[in-house]
Design a protein around this ligand. Structure first.
Ligand SMILES: Nc1ncnc2c1ncn2[C@@H]1O[C@H](COP(=O)(O)OP(=O)(O)O)[C@@H](O)[C@H]1O
Ligand SMILES: [Mg+2]
Length: 254
């Protein structure tokens, strides 16, 4: 399988704190990678480095054969090709759902409003946001609907790669399900994705590879059946069994 993005020996410091300690990550085209790991282990920082929202202090990121950490790289062009979905949706409160999706098409891709509207409508429908919701403002939508609008906004730009940072962790369980379904569908359509999530059932079904991060390094990686059920490293085992307990408890209360 062709590698779309390759992160090589990524280091990041915040002040004197060494946050990413030489991370290597390879993202094959069409695959879904799930990153798990304790809070503070550097998952968000890594994801933000991949599309240069944060500049790594050391290491290289090769995207589609180009070193995007090198000089003379058009960061704006790269960002158009790498979509990002945040835990907190980050929609513009003063714009309607469809205007949120159109914004990047009009401002960044310089598309006419009519064409942008057509593409935005398609993207919204593909995530299950029906026409009656298009003129609503974010505050009038549920969290699950807002997150699906944010996903529509990302995919409307036709990205090569989609990065998602805990896209469901702010949502109630029933709203989580509707967002996970959208992501599962994208994965089936072979959208290349890197997703930070602790939804174990989702990871098991959808991930091609699960990566366990701790303390700024990748401890272990492999197919979900291996990492989530029979990992090699003790640290992975300890974390996964804790996750599994939480997951079971949540299910009992549903
Ligand atoms: N902008 C920042 N400035 C200073 N420290 C930061 C910044 N962003 C993250 N950190 C620190 O880096 C570490 C890793 O954070 P983060 O990547 O958010 O971890 P995770 O997403 O795995 O919870 C944490 O100790 C956090 O406090
Ligand atoms: Mg995080």
């Amino acid at each position: 399988m062709r590698v779309l993005l390759e992160a090589i020996d990524i280091h990041k410091y915040f002040g004197r704190q060494h946050i990413l300690k030489g991370v290597n990550l390879s993202v094959p085209e069409g695959e879904t990678i799930v990153i798990i790991g304790p809070s503070g282990s550097g998952k968000s920082t890594l994801l933000r480095c991949l599309n240069l929202l944060i500049k790594p202090d050391r290491g290289r990121i090769i995207f589609d054969g180009i070193d995007i950490t090198g000089k003379d790289v058009d960061i704006h062009k790269i960002r158009q090709e790498i979509g990002f979905v945040f835990q907190s949706y980050n929609l513009f409160a003063h714009l309607t759902a469809i205007e949120n999706v159109m914004l990047g098409l009009v401002k960044v891709k310089k598309m006419g409003r009519e064409e942008a509207k057509k593409i935005a409508a398609e993207a919204l429908l593909s995530v299950g946001i029906t026409e009656d919701l298009w003129s609503k403002y974010p505050a009038q939508l549920s969290g699950g609907q807002q997150q699906r609008v944010a996903i529509a906004r990302a995919i409307a730009m036709n990205p090569r790669l989609l990065l998602l940072d805990e896209p469901t962790s702010a949502l109630d369980p029933e709203l989580t399900v509707e967002v996970l379904k959208v992501l599962e569908k994208l994965s089936e359509k072979r959208m290349t994705m890197v997703i930070v999530t602790h939804e174990l059932g989702f990871a098991m079904r959808v991930a091609d590879e699960v990566v366990f991060m701790e303390d700024g390094t990748i401890v272990e990686r492999g197919p979900p059946e291996k990492i989530l059920i029979n990992p090699e490293k003790e640290r992975t085992r300890a974390f996964v069994s804790k996750l599994m307990e939480l997951y079971k408890m949540e299910r009992m209360h549903r």
